[in-house]
Ligand binder design. Structure first.
Ligand code: TEU
Ligand code: CA
Length: 533
């Protein structure tokens, strides 16, 4: 892995909700260009753009109709090339979203494939005959219904793990693999620095549409690495739900020649009964820290963890894992200081640096997300929940909680648009970039200090060995050691005070704290400190 990969602090942008500069209510590339100086001041050195390719928007851009262009609602390829240039001037690399498990059904390839069984593009996708007059298997799609959609014209089913407008590509087909290799090279030759790789461990399937984590997946990824990613030294961050550390190593170990890193999301399943996003339960805060430590240790030598707590698929961390009502600033900064003191590639989702909480959705029609609408249908179909209870569960788990526009100012629509936003904006006092920029005790300024230290301190770089020292009764301490430098990260993941942990040397110097007066003899509610011994 290249050094710049390891030093990356990646800021995820959901372009549709970042900044609209032409009044159509949709964020655009020119809006991102305008915010590059803000990102440089925050201290990030890479951005990951969620898809801004041409798309019908069935899954808000994760249904791509043309892999080699920019969607007109976001701007033009020239705008994108200007974004690359401006970002580079500010020391920021640009990663794109590689969504190659599936395309949109409006992609030229699928439009051709569905014309006839002998069309040259037919085997770009996965088609099956009915079995006893039914779908070939019982598997369910992520956004509802079967993974098999009937195509009347050709009398076969096609596979889609997500929506029926997102047909899965057939990675068995060498022509598909070559198309994707060529597309990756097209973007990397343009100056893109790498990719976040959407559901990248889904590429290989069996006859029933079950996802296979095995030799075929590894060979597909090895081909992408050998023929495109490796020669460009591209950074790849795989989106890989449900992996163990051992499986993650099999994808990202230095010697594998596949991906350079991959997300682990295990801690993001906490607070959900059986991981079901519509079924809340209290968050096991001890487990939260233990899981993060497990992955730090699991990838300690041969690979590199990815540190994440929010994305466009998640509600806001403050609402899920923090104390939004009583200690919003303290708990948002404690979660940040606890996570980003660890070893790995730091990924920050837009708005996380402002300590945003979930927006309030009063009615179903305020939502936009296909997964949420499907959740409504599934909860309703159980017959177990009132309308009010269903809306409360959507409010808890909807991906739209992380997709509302960034509140830049206290003005109309939070300064996001001069028009009508595509989804509601939520602007709460104290939760805008404008107010926080000037407030030394804001979440934004905590992130700025934290990221500057993360870059400055050798013990917080890839040479800094991680060790969990204690994690008991909601107080945790871990160290990062590099040579004779030791940094202690002390976190109080609770609304009550506790004794200051004795394992921290009395003469250790506070280099970061979310309380103004630094170290005292007790740990205060949601206090986080970085101390250098
Ligand atoms: O997400 C993969 C995925 O499975 C998510 O839907 C996740 O399981 C769920 O949102 C967790 O609550 C990727 C993209 O990040 C997501 O936005 C897309 O909808 C999906 O793939 C299909 O491309
Ligand atoms: Ca716009």
């Amino acid at each position: 892995m290249k050094q710049w990969h390891k030093d990356s602090i990646v800021y995820q942008i959901y372009p549709k909700s970042y900044l609209d500069t032409n009044g159509d209510g949709i964020g655009d590339l020119r809006g991102i260009i305008r915010k590059i100086p803000y990102l440089q001041e925050l201290g990030v050195n890479a951005v990951w753009l969620s898809p801004c390719y041409p798309s019908p928007g069935d899954d808000n851009g994760y249904d791509i109709a043309d892999y080699r262009d920019i969607g007109p609602e976001y701007g033009t390829l020239d705008d994108f090339k200007e974004l690359l240039a401006v970002a580079e001037e500010h020391g920021i690399r640009v990663l794109m979203d590689l969504v190659v498990n599936h395309t949109s059904d409006e992609h030229y390839w699928f439009q051709e494939a569905r014309k006839s069984r002998d069309n040259p593009y037919r085997d770009y996708y996965i088609w099956r005959d009915p079995v006893d007059g039914h779908e070939p298997s019982e598997n369910k799609a992520a956004f509802g219904g079967s993974i098999w959609e009937w195509d009347e014209t050709t009398g076969q089913y096609y596979l889609h793990l997500f929506s029926k407008k997102q047909p899965d590509l057939n990675w068995e087909n060498p022509k598909v693999r070559q198309e994707i290799v060529d597309m990756i090279n097209y973007w990397l030759d343009m100056g893109v620095a790498g990719f976040r790789c959407d559901v990248i461990n889904n590429l290989a399937k069996n006859e029933d549409g079950d996802i296979l984590f095995g030799d075929r997946l590894h060979s597909y990824l090895h081909q992408l690495h050998t023929e495109a990613l490796g020669p460009h030294g591209a950074l790849t961050i795989g989106e890989t739900w449900g992996l163990t550390p051992t499986q993650a190593l099999a994808l990202t170990g230095e010697e594998r020649g596949e991906l350079t890193s991959s997300f682990q999301f295990e801690h993001l399943l906490l607070g959900r009964i059986g991981g079901d996003k519509w079924m809340p339960e209290p968050v096991d805060r001890t487990a939260f820290v233990d899981i993060l430590a497990k992955w730090e240790n699991g990838l300690a030598n041969d690979s590199y963890p990815v540190l994440v707590m929010e994305s466009h698929d998640q509600p806001r961390a403050l609402s899920r894992f923090g104390d939004r009502d009583k200690f919003p600033y303290e708990s948002a900064t404690m979660l940040a200081g606890m996570l980003y003191g660890m070893r790995g590639i730091a990924v920050i989702y837009q708005g996380q640096e402002l300590g945003l909480h979930d927006p309030t959705f009063a009615t179903l029609d305020e939502y936009r997300d296909i997964e949420t609408f499907n959740g409504y249908k599934e909860l309703k179909a159980t017959g177990k929940y009132s309308e009010e209870e269903i809306l409360a569960r959507l409010q808890f788990g909807s991906r739209d909680c992380g997709r509302t526009p960034i509140p830049w100012t206290t003005g109309k629509e939070g300064g996001f648009t001069s028009g009508t936003p595509w989804i509601k904006t939520q602007v709460d006092k104290g939760f805008t970039a404008e107010e926080q920029d000037k407030d030394p005790q804001s979440v934004l300024n905590f992130y700025r200090k934290m990221l500057a230290l993360r870059k400055a301190e050798a013990a917080l770089g890839d040479g800094g060995v991680f060790e969990l020292v204690m994690n008991k009764d909601h107080t945790s301490v871990y160290t990062r050691t590099c040579g004779d430098e030791v940094i202690y990260v002390v976190s109080r993941y609770d609304e009550t005070e506790a004794a200051f942990p004795a394992c921290v040397p009395a003469d250790a110097k506070v280099i970061l704290s979310n309380y103004e007066d630094g170290k005292t003899d007790v740990l205060r509610p949601y206090e986080v400190l970085w101390l250098k011994a």
